[in-house]
Design a protein around this ligand. Structure first.
Ligand code: MEZ
Length: 481
């Protein structure tokens, strides 16, 4: 790694850690100043779902403690790039995008092979627009709207110019939590949720920053610990075909919340449904957002030919890449796409992108036949012009390739999202094996199962964490009253 690349990675890391640690209560007002050991609600996990639920619970008048085992807030939300899906927002209307909740619902069910829980998908799709407006009112920038795979419309909301959405949302929710003086304890790991003799939630056992065990008395717990995509052991247990795959997940995504819920008798659902993201840089695990394809990039194999509709669902595109020689492919784009999506600048700064002054120049640099690559690009431009991809039937082709620079990133699929998890109802209440509610126990986000079915559409995870996080927060607050 050269110095420039190292500096860019260190700078990004320092900026992120500097912005996201020290939220709410840092060391000085958690352990050393004798933190409170009693509250109305404990939220386990300070990613997007946990922070959304904490803010709403506090808005509803409840006292909340959030415990987070990592040294920073954000979880996988911090890594989210492409957008948060919602239909019928004011931002879509401003751009004259005609979308409906019904189309959003149908896309989500179809994308999930109709394995999704329809009741949960109705909640997701009908409340996503108000989730986007809630975030926007709190200060998030969600004004750019783009297309992601499997969507019949532009509904992925992100910062102006196509910037990374996750860090924007986390920064917004962190500020909202801080403004409300919510007690967030970093480096505090929940180890057990406690019940009394009558089966009521009575507390959470946790380890503080020094690894010392303590108990917080509480009547209600919201589990928002994310999925298990960083635990190769769990991933392989539920889907042995994924042995040896890399992951896009942050190291804390190990499914702890699922284990805690199971001990309380919670039912799990669809645990074997694990998604790979098709465009991840091998070795570094850096996910290249689907928005690059959404904004016009194509995929080519080692010969320089397209081999799939780039906007097919992730399972389909991942399989197609694994069928290519060497099990990798190139994401190919030009200056037109680069200008449309700010997120691309980070990939360039990280030196993940090969650049060429023309198609032929790039082809030589990535060792692909220049004649074949040129023909591929010309054919694709013809499809854009005629608004019909006669080769792979790609629906949305927002821009053709032009003059200027060309870019390629070598990518392969990696584990991205665990669709299965704790079974919940539409109130975000956790269900036991007989379908009964476990009173006082709520869950939201990737830790739950059933919302995304057999395959999650890009942009639906952020919608899920905010919609169900808010529901869990409001309902837990009503419960403790
Ligand atoms: O929702 C996602 O996983 C997503 C949009 C990822 C991405 O490619 O940016």
């Amino acid at each position: 790694m050269n110095f420039k690349k190292l500096l860019s990675i260190v700078t990004v890391t320092m900026l992120t850690v500097g912005t996201l640690t020290g939220c709410g209560n840092s060391k000085s007002n958690t352990v050393e100043s004798k933190p409170s050991t009693k509250t109305d609600i404990v939220v386990i996990g300070a990613g997007g779902a946990g922070l959304s639920s904490a803010v709403e619970a506090k808005n509803a008048g409840a006292n909340v403690i959030v415990i987070e085992k990592m040294p920073m807030v954000g979880g996988n939300t911090l890594r989210a790039t492409g957008g948060i899906n919602a239909a019928g927002t004011k931002f879509q209307k401003e751009k004259n995008i005609k979308d409906t909740v019904e189309k959003f619902y149908e896309d989500t069910m179809k994308g999930g092979y109709y394995k999704n829980n329809p009741e949960l998908v109705k909640v997701l799709t009908s409340q996503a627009a108000s989730a986007v407006e809630w975030l926007s009112d709190l200060g998030a920038d969600l004004t750019d709207v783009g297309r992601l795979a499997g969507a019949s419309n532009d509904r992925a909301h992100r910062p102006a110019g196509g910037g990374e959405v996750g860090s924007n949302i986390v920064k917004t929710l962190k500020k909202a939590a801080k403004d409300r003086k919510i007690d967030i304890r970093l480096n505090n790991k929940a180890v057990e949720i406690l019940k009394d003799d009558k089966g009521n939630i009575k507390g959470v056992k946790a380890l503080n920053e020094e690894g010392k065990e303590y108990t917080i008395d509480t009547k209600s717990v919201i589990i928002a610990t994310g999925g298990f995509g960083a635990s190769e052991e769990k991933v392989v247990k539920y889907n042995p075909n994924l042995k040896g795959f890399g992951t896009t997940n942050h190291p804390g995504a190990t499914g702890d919340g699922i284990d805690m819920a199971v001990k309380l008798g919670a039912e799990l659902t669809q645990m074997d449904q694990i998604q790979t993201h098709p465009t991840v840089v091998p070795k570094t695990g850096m996910m290249i957002t689907e928005a690059v394809r959404g904004n016009g990039a194509i995929l080519v194999n080692g010969e320089g030919s397209r081999f799939i509709n780039e906007l097919a669902t992730r399972d389909v595109v991942s399989k197609a890449i694994l069928d290519q020689k060497g099990k990798t492919a190139y994401l190919l784009f030009d200056d037109n796409v680069r200008k449309s999506l700010k997120a691309i600048e980070s990939y360039i700064n990280m030196e993940l992108v090969v650049q060429g002054n023309s198609v032929e120049d790039l082809a030589k640099k990535i060792n692909v036949n220049p004649e074949i690559l040129k023909k591929t690009v010309n054919n694709y431009n013809g499809f854009v012009k005629n608004k019909k991809d006669v080769q792979f039937n790609r629906g949305d082709m927002p821009r053709s390739f032009g003059n200027g620079k060309y870019y390629a990133i070598e990518i392969a699929p990696a584990v991205h999202y665990t669709m299965g998890g704790i079974k919940i109802n539409k109130n975000a209440e956790v269900l036991d094996k007989s379908g009964q509610v476990i009173k006082g126990l709520y869950a939201a986000g990737e830790v739950t199962g059933g919302v995304q079915g057999g395959n999650r559409l890009g942009g639906n995870s952020l919608a899920d964490i905010v919609v169900f996080g808010r529901i869990a927060g409001k309902n837990a607050a009503a419960f403790v009253k």
